[in-house]
Design a binder for this molecule. Sequence first.
Ligand code: KIV
Ligand code: NA
Length: 263
Amino acid sequence: MKTVTLSTLQAHKRAGEAFSCLTAYDTTFAHAASDAGIEVLLVGDSLGMVLQGHSSTLPVTLDDMRYHTRCVARGKGASLLMVDLPFMSNATTERLLEDAGELMRAGAEMIKVEGEAWMAEGVRELTRRGVPVCAHLGLTPQTVHQLGGYKVQGRDADQATRILEDARRLVEAGASVILLECVPASLGRAVTEALDVPVIGIGAGPDTDGQILVMHDMLGVTPGRSPRFVKNFMAEADDIADAFRRYHEAVKARRFPAEEHCF
Ligand code: KIV
Ligand code: NA
């Protein structure tokens, strides 16, 4: 695979070619995912749940994110490395810039932030300093306690309009990518069509430009019932490398997500 950059993702968007993204937390799995052709690796703060055993992403620290970013950076190959800012890194613009700077120094090539239109100022300041931003909307796990649980967002028309408006404002402020989590497929499509920037979805239907899953979920090793949008790619695979390839190919061919994975 040729080195994936923001320009690559923009070209995929223009060409209507889907791209695959997967979380990664260490060198070995990052290497396998990159070898499988997965375009974007995300050091997600989901590591608080799948690695650390917390019931939410809130306990994850900047040090945790920096450690895993360094680990993944050494195995990322040609994939683009996106990294989450942890809970409360957006407490002030100053802290946002400092924390994002630390993660970029650790090897991040794009920073993902949760937050609605009010994050526009922070997004603008990051972008001005050369930090590409992915804005995460819809179900934002860092606000789980305010949302009252991990629930589908944007089901009613007002909520859907608001999410689309937030996405527009964040792109105006400089966001290079939008990520939508757990929204109806119709909203996933509307946001993707309305914006010129690449839109990545998880539980956001088949029409977003990119798809992402948490690695442990798509390998079928996360304990308990998995969310509707997850598919276990290990079920038919020979080994983990094969599961990554099958996921990548299914996304490229727009065979994943299928209707049963959508809201
Ligand atoms: O932390 C994470 O893994 C994420 C993805 C689920 C989008 O934010
Ligand atoms: Na996250």
